[in-house]
Design a protein around this ligand. Structure first.
Ligand SMILES: Nc1ncnc2c1ncn2[C@@H]1O[C@H](COP(=O)(O)OP(=O)(O)OP(=O)(O)O)[C@@H](O)[C@H]1O
Ligand SMILES: Nc1nc2c(c(=O)[nH]1)N=C(CO)CN2
Length: 234
């Protein structure tokens, strides 16, 4: 997805959380200085594949979630899902993170040949400054939720997990599966719960655009669709 398409939803997210666009743009500009170009052609082999977009809900520890990840052609882990998968012996093809929980894992992966999509936003500039220089640049793709500049891309999405899904879509994935997701997780605080509501809206938008149905949305599709339609002025 290009930024012009994403922008109306981005504006709605900013308004809902009270985040500033200028702060996101500043973070992006810091990332630009610390980034090198990363050709998306590196992901050409995701085309036509089943991609597991692995979230970090507690249910990821269950055997059937790990099995769903393991059986996919390509595995992309959101944030701490990477640690759970590595512990379970599942090979990762990519990690998506905003550097706030396990940046050491991300640094380790870049140094071992696994691409990491590292996100810069208005509330993580210190982490961007601290961690990007420690990553292997050749395996680091930097991202923004604001308009893209230079090597810093915006392929759509907001939370680590839904950004991973938009990314897989961008590079031609055929089918997306969602191990380790729970939108109704009682263990998350109010802020995270709100972020997960946005993740659901974004995944509904994505499945609609792709003409696919993500099983993870089956119990909430109609409600989320109504919210999305209102956001898109439909
Ligand atoms: N119940 C859940 N709890 C946490 N994350 C979930 C859950 N269900 C799905 N996810 C997805 O897993 C991703 C990784 O979650 P984790 O808690 O490790 O990271 P995070 O760095 O706090 O994520 P973010 O910064 O995007 O909020 C989230 O971004 C979200 O997209
Ligand atoms: N400005 C800002 N942007 C974000 C934030 C956040 O806390 N602040 N969190 C995200 C996913 O957790 C994604 N984007």
């Amino acid at each position: 997805m290009n930024f012009e398409t994403f922008e109306p939803i981005y504006e709605a997210i900013l308004a809902d959380f009270g985040f500033g666009r200028e702060a996101d743009e500043h973070a992006r500009d810091v990332a630009v200085e610390l980034s090198t170009p990363f050709p998306l052609s590196r992901f050409d082999d995701w085309e036509g594949k089943t991609v597991a977009v692995v979230g970090a809900a507690p249910c990821l520890h269950e055997a059937d979630s790990i099995a769903l990840a393991r059986e996919a052609d390509v595995v992309v882990a959101a944030s701490t899902a990477a640690d759970v998968l590595l512990d379970a012996g599942v090979d990762l093809d990519c990690m998506v993170t905003d550097l706030d929980k396990n940046p050491e894992t991300a640094a380790y992966l870049t140094r071992n040949g696994v691409p990491v999509a590292a996100h810069a936003h208005g509330d993580n500039v210190p982490a961007v400054r601290e961690w990007l220089p420690r990553f292997e640049a050749a395996n680091t793709l930097t991202t923004t939720q604001a308009s893209p500049v230079g090597p810093v891309r915006n392929t759509g999405g907001f939370t680590d997990g839904d950004r991973a899904a938009f990314f897989a879509d961008q590079v031609g994935a055929d089918r997306l599966t969602f191990p380790g997701w729970n939108f109704d997780d009682p263990a998350v605080g109010p802020m995270k719960a709100r972020k997960l509501e946005w993740a659901a809206r974004l995944l509904r938008w994505l499945e609609r655009r792709r003409g696919e149905r993500f099983a993870v949305l089956d119990d909430r599709r109609e409600r989320v669709e109504r919210e999305l339609a209102a956001l898109l002025d439909e």
